[in-house]
Design a protein. Structure first.
Length: 305
């Protein structure tokens, strides 16, 4: 196998430079790597993040596909396979291999589908999963990688990111990330449902104070995660759907996973993301999130999925 996948002077493409893509791109450019992207059809917020991260903007998707030696896909899970199909069509025909890294929260089943798509081509697939917040990639983030060229993908990602190869089979990295992240999403979903019931019973303030006294470690996680859900619940609902698919693919019934997905999806349907300002972090608090859930009358059984 040619070492050209990770040669000096390589170009990494990121599609697309949202919050995580821009954060990742900023780390890579700081390592001296040329990082390209496109803002074709992207929002003003994405444009701002991209420029702040110092990414090189090309005019189109096709131009990114033709320029990059390594392409990192960072899109919502439902768009992972369509983007891979689009890239396969647009990637330049070269004798040396190209590296396609899917870093989305997809199921191992979806990862296998993407791997099959690139089989017997000059495009080599690596399954990746980024764990950690975009703003803390250097201090707390880790990139899990799996696939035959996972080691070379780790080398391609520069010197500053923490990486860990978890297997040669694509899907292992996504599976591990899903299992880790599934626990915190399940915790948030359970908290939201308990908070909703507590609010309906007129006990929410007492409930929250009791949780903080009895479960301080749990509430540390809740305080960190719950205020982010108005902005990110839709994506996290998709991620739980991928985890549900994984559970079924392994012959298990996703009882808790399904329930968590339903709660998170119901919350996403409130459309609260549009209420936050793109110029500042959304001013959400844990009580405010529960109150928004309650205000929309989702406490009624016949309105839940």
């Amino acid at each position: 196998m040619s070492d050209n996948v990770t040669r000096p002077g390589q170009v990494i493409g990121i599609l697309y430079p949202g919050e995580m893509g821009s954060g990742l791109g900023k780390v890579l450019t700081a390592d001296g790597i040329r990082v390209v992207t496109t803002l074709e059809g992207r929002s003003a917020l994405t444009r701002r993040r991209c420029h702040e991260a110092g990414l090189e903007v090309l005019p189109s998707f096709d131009e990114v596909a033709r320029t990059a030696d390594v392409l990192i896909s960072l899109v919502p899970p439902a768009h992972s396979l369509p983007l891979a199909i689009q890239y396969k069509t647009a990637a330049r025909p070269v004798s040396s291999p190209l590296l396609y890294i899917d870093a989305n929260s997809i199921s191992p089943v979806t990862a296998a589908e993407i791997g099959d798509l690139f089989a017997d081509t000059h495009i080599h697939f690596v399954d990746a999963a980024i764990y950690g917040q975009a703003s803390q990639l250097l201090s707390r983030g880790i990139v899990y990688l799996s696939g035959p060229l996972a080691g070379r993908a780790a080398a391609a990602l520069g010197r500053s990111l923490r990486t860990r190869v978890v297997g040669e089979t694509p899907g292992k990295a996504s599976a591990l990330k899903s299992l880790i992240a599934g626990l915190n999403k399940g915790l948030v979903a359970l908290f939201l449902e308990m908070g909703l019931l507590g609010r309906q019973m007129g006990l929410f303030d007492e409930l929250l104070a009791s949780y903080r006294a009895i479960y301080p470690g749990v509430m540390e996680v809740i305080d960190r995660l719950v205020p982010t859900y108005p902005q990110h619940a839709a994506r996290r609902g998709q991620e739980m759907a991928e985890l549900e698919r994984t559970t079924r693919a392994h012959g298990l019934r996703p009882r808790v996973v399904r329930g968590a997905r339903e709660v998170i999806t119901a919350f996403a349907e409130l459309g609260l993301a549009g209420q936050s300002s793109p110029e500042a972090p959304p001013p959400w608090t844990v009580p405010g999130v529960v109150e928004a859930f309650f205000t929309h009358s989702l406490v009624e059984e016949n309105q839940l999925p």
